[in-house]
Design a protein around this ligand. Structure first.
Ligand code: ATP
Ligand SMILES: O=c1ccn([C@@H]2O[C@H](COP(=O)(O)O)[C@@H](O)[C@H]2O)c(=O)[nH]1
Length: 236
């Protein structure tokens, strides 16, 4: 029994590095593609947003003297590179997929529209939304909440390298403990930073629940789709 029919899956760009310091680890990329195919064959419609942190982030560019808006454009282009890599990995395993771009750049990808996205999803294409929102000063978390809301996804699945929302950043505080469920309001009150606040607010105001889970363990995506309690559900 599947819990969700249409999902927006957010993948971390940083996780795509695997054990490398930079760029795309092909093993990690292929593992992600296999996990995605596993849910597509079950009939789940999958929209995807991938971050760009394995290549470039506007904020870190700005701290080194780059113009912020140009840096953000570079970050958005980084998400296009990751999206094309995932598209290619999916096609290599016979999982049909399309890349839409928030900034016009045919023939690299088709320019995004909600109608195009919903048509592709309904036809069973894994539809990858690249270049974030197309605007500087945003992140791919916000791009994910925006696209998730637009395509009327049942849930936003934040597949990352931690296995849920914790009382504090588990990569910095070893005493942090994990929530099975948490409300949006608690996320604000406790100032938990697993996702940026703009993205969290958009999900809250549009009733889009989030599941944060560890995407780097094979089989986890299917478990989440089946409703297994392996991550953290963020609810209204
Ligand atoms: N309370 C918290 N609970 C869980 N994770 C947290 C928390 N606070 C901060 N984090 C951090 O959030 C990170 C997950 O965010 P995300 O998946 O967006 O990673 P990212 O590296 O920013 O991705 P991207 O490359 O897409 O920008 C975790 O690696 C974790 O260190
Ligand atoms: O809507 C958006 C989305 C992203 N950016 C820029 O891209 C990088 C990479 O995205 P992450 O979410 O950090 O992985 C981001 O740091 C921004 O610089 C953007 O400008 N607008």
């Amino acid at each position: 029994m599947l819990q969700y029919k249409r999902v927006l899956l957010k993948l971390s760009g940083e996780s795509l590095m695997g054990d490398q310091q930079y760029g795309i680890d092909s093993q990690r990329l292929n593992d992600y593609a296999e996990q995605i195919k596993e849910i597509v064959v079950q009939g789940v419609q999958v929209g995807i947003v991938i971050g760009g942190g394995n290549i470039f982030r506007g904020l870190s560019g700005a701290s080194k003297g780059f113009d912020r808006v140009k840096g953000d454009s570079m970050g958005m282009l980084a998400t296009v590179i990751n999206s094309l890599a995932l598209n290619s990995a999916l096609e290599a395993i016979d999982c049909k997929s399309r890349v839409l771009t928030a900034i016009r750049m045919e023939p690299i990808g088709e320019f995004y529209s909600k109608q195009k996205a919903v048509d592709y999803l309904s036809e069973g294409y894994v539809t990858i939304f690249s270049a974030g929102t197309g605007n500087p000063y945003f992140t791919t978390d916000t791009g994910s909440s925006l696209r998730g809301i637009e395509i009327e996804a049942d849930v936003m699945l934040k597949g990352t390298r931690v296995d849920g929302v914790y009382t504090a950043d588990p990569e910095k505080d070893p005493t942090a403990t994990k929530y099975d469920k948490i409300s949006f309001d608690e996320i604000y009150h406790k100032d938990l930073r697993v996702m940026d606040l703009t993205a969290t607010t958009m999900c809250k105001e549009n009733n889009l629940p989030i599941v944060v889970f560890d995407m780097d363990t094979k089989g986890n995506l299917l478990k989440v789709i089946k409703g297994e309690n392996i991550g953290t559900l963020v609810h209204v």
